[in-house]
Design a protein around this ligand. Structure first.
Ligand code: SAH
Ligand code: DHB
Ligand code: MG
Length: 218
């Protein structure tokens, strides 16, 4: 089944993303730098970018940058005066991401903030960001429950909150799995919070079987 998921995923990536040299270069630069291949897939990147456009997002917060692949998809959805803040713990990842963002021509709109997200999240207000239109959570899975609380703190009515990797091949249901338990706690928080209207969308493709939690703040 996994081979078929990948075949179909590749088919649509080819159809909808012909000649996307920038994204190809980003993935090449990531590989050259030895970054793990845990970015969102091309079709998922496009999907996230479409969500940002649907929401007319002008301010975006991303937790977990890696080489900036998802960052650039979001950056492309921003209007001229749009801003994106992305948080990254690993200095090498942050450096690769900054170069990729520059190559994509998006440096004026995007800032990579280095450090552990739980340390840098409290500083965003002082940097002039009181709220965001869209928040994408994609860093260390154990901290997802904390990231949800921070996302709500930086949300306003209409803010979209998205969590990546909440299914993890079904590990979300495994009580003995630490990562599964963390993402389950995260999705439970989203499900139980009356301030947000949310769901989980399962996905299959070249990156296996996973899913996005997606919610809109009331
Ligand atoms: N959003 C990226 C993938 C992110 S992978 C994409 O789809 O292209 C997860 C990233 O989170 C890694 O680069 C990892 O270094 C970073 N990370 C892990 N723990 C973190 C923390 N505590 N604070 C900030 N970033 C963290
Ligand atoms: C992992 C992290 C991710 O953000 C992802 O999309 C896939 C895998 C991981 O840490 O294994
Ligand atoms: Mg992810």
């Amino acid at each position: 089944m996994k081979d078929l998921w990948k075949k179909v995923d590749d088919h649509f990536a080819e159809k909808f993303q012909q000649d996307d040299e920038v994204m190809k270069n980003v993935l090449e630069a990531n590989e050259e730098a030895g970054l793990p291949k845990i970015d969102v897939s091309p079709n998922q990147g496009r999907f996230l970018s479409l969500l940002a456009k649907l929401a007319n997002a002008r301010t975006i917060l991303e937790i977990g940058t890696l080489g900036g692949y998802s960052t650039i998809w979001f950056g492309r959805a921003l209007p001229d005066d749009g801003r994106l803040i992305t948080l990254e713990f690993n200095p090498k990842h942050a450096e690769v991401a900054r170069k990729n963002i520059d190559m994509a021509g998006l440096s004026p709109k995007i800032e990579v903030i280095e450090g552990a997200a739980l340390d840098t999240l409290p500083t965003l207000k002082d940097r002039g960001f009181a709220e965001f239109d869209l928040i994408f959570i994609d860093a260390d899975k154990d901290a997802y429950p904390d990231y949800f609380k921070w996302a709500m703190a930086y949300a306003k009515p209409g803010t979209i909150i998205i969590g990546d990797n909440v299914v993890r091949g079904g590990r979300v249901l495994d009580a003995d799995d630490e990562m599964g338990t963390a993402v389950r706690t995260f999705t439970d928080l989203m499900a139980d919070d009356p301030r947000i209207d949310a769901t989980v969308l399962q996905t299959v493709g070249g990156k296996g079987y996973d899913g996005f939690a997606i919610g809109v703040v009331n």
